[in-house]
Design a protein around this ligand. Structure first.
Ligand SMILES: *Cc1c(COP(=O)(O)O)cnc(C)c1O
Length: 424
């Protein structure tokens, strides 16, 4: 099956579901066991099957299979949010005393998760401020268990050099985890460039209607966990499953099986079946939406670039952008919906611009079907100090747009009238 066929049919067979064409919502918490031996085998992981919806659910399973097929992975694990996907992707291989290397320009919520919350649990993150792959390599030591980066960051809209990062990670026998939320598997498939694990906030482009939170981890199955003593959690015996070794028992799927049967079981941040259903509705149109998002974003970026009141525009699809060459390599189908710009004026002018928008929605979200405007310095990145803001390249008056599916003429007209009012 090709990408667009998987989007609408992958992982679901109507014949096995009472001929339902649409994926049914299995709104159940528990499952009937055929007999005692069947139940015992399920609990010993000797056979597949549903035990309890915290660990697996048939509706969610369709979404997981569909996403794993789209990405070319061996398996996927859906979770309650993008944050839980990032958290579990790391906890699955890191313990107290271990270290992570991450780009400093990743999502603000992830910066806090790694830099504050995981730090309290004894997992230290070394943040790298440059985009140079060699600067990531300098931070690797005997405690490092992974490199974590975003394919396309926001609000700075940086394109990561995934191929270079994966080469460095593999040279040092550690995996590369890529948060691919903004590019989505339609525009970029991280495994094709050597990434080992992909994580997504499905809340954004995958679900897209702005009505369901969700996250997912997808495992390429390509990383050899036996390559280093660092990954004993996957190769050695797990006392919570009678001494089972994930790599021995599940081979290439060791990482994603462990994330489910150990961490999701224990931490409980599962996706609800209803949200899996809503996410499936959104996912069906991913290709069409990403094309429209990208086509409209470049039109808006060019409009802003020519506007006399705009100091700078950031959009990697724009010729002359700092990341244009990387975008040509990694995002040949389009550069997604995010762009940023700086109005020639102070904080008051930017505030006035936002307050005068009539149609564009002022909120903190991206990848929605509707165009959303965000003022990072005052909202999403509020917790960062002035120095941290400067370090991650966020000007005090930087404005971020997530271009939606409205008619692009209406989007431009609204921006244009609000800019005029902001300057008057
Ligand atoms: C929103 C977002 C997250 C967090 O996802 P939630 O679903 O909001 O928990 C993680 N990474 C990126 C790039 C995001 O945009």
């Amino acid at each position: 099956m090709k990408f667009d066929t998987i989007l609408v049919q992958g992982g679901h067979n109507p014949v096995e579901n009472r001929n339902c064409i649409s994926v049914p919502i299995y709104q159940t918490t528990a499952y009937n066991f055929d007999d005692v031996q069947y139940a015992a085998d399920l609990f010993d992981l000797k056979s597949g099957g549903d035990i309890y919806t915290r660990i697996s659910n048939p509706t969610t399973q369709v979404l997981e299979e569909r996403l794993a097929m789209l990405e070319g992975g061996v398996g996927a694990l859906c979770l309650s949010s993008g944050q839980s996907a990032s958290l579990i992707s790391i906890l699955n291989i890191a313990k107290s005393g271990d270290e992570i290397i991450a780009s400093e320009n990743i999502y603000g919520g992830t910066v806090n998760l790694l830099g504050v919350t995981l730090e309290k649990m004894g997992i230290k993150t070394r943040f790298v401020s440059s985009q140079k792959p060699e600067d990531f390599e300098k931070e690797i030591n005997e405690k490092t268990v992974c490199i974590f980066a975003e394919a396309l960051t926001n609000p700075q809209i940086i394109v990561a050099d995934i191929e270079a990062l994966s080469k460095i990670a593999h040279k040092h026998n550690i995996p590369l985890i890529i948060d691919n939320t903004v590019a989505t598997p339609y525009l970029l498939k991280p495994f094709e460039f050597g990434a080992d694990i992909a994580v997504y906030s499905m809340t954004k482009y995958i679900a897209s209607h702005g009505n369901a939170m969700g996250g997912v981890i997808i495992d390429s199955g390509n990383f050899d966990w036996n390559v280093s003593e660092k990954f004993k959690c996957l190769t050695d015996n797990d006392p919570s499953y009678h001494g089972l070794s994930y790599t021995e028992e599940f081979g290439k799927s060791a990482y994603i099986v462990k994330a489910r049967v150990q961490l999701l079981r224990d931490l409980g941040c599962c996706l609800s079946p209803f949200n899996a259903y809503l996410t499936l509705q959104g996912l069906e149109t991913l290709s069409l939406r990403m094309q429209r998002h990208s086509n409209s974003a470049i039109v808006v970026a060019k409009f802003l670039q020519k506007h006399p009141m705009i100091k700078s525009v950031g959009y990697p699809g724009l010729e002359g952008d700092k990341y244009y060459n990387l975008a040509k390599k990694y995002l040949p189908l389009g550069a997604s919906s995010l762009l940023n710009f700086v109005i020639d004026g102070d904080r008051k002018v930017s505030t006035k611009f936002i307050e005068n928008l009539k149609m564009l929605i002022h909120a903190t979200n991206i990848g929605d079907t509707r165009t959303i405007v965000t003022y990072p310095a005052l909202t999403t990145h509020r917790q960062l100090s002035a120095k941290q803001l400067e370090e991650c390249g966020i000007s005090e008056s930087l404005i971020r747009l997530s271009i939606g599916l409205e008619d692009v003429d209406d989007i431009i007209e609204d921006i244009n009238q609000a800019l005029s009012k902001a300057m008057s």
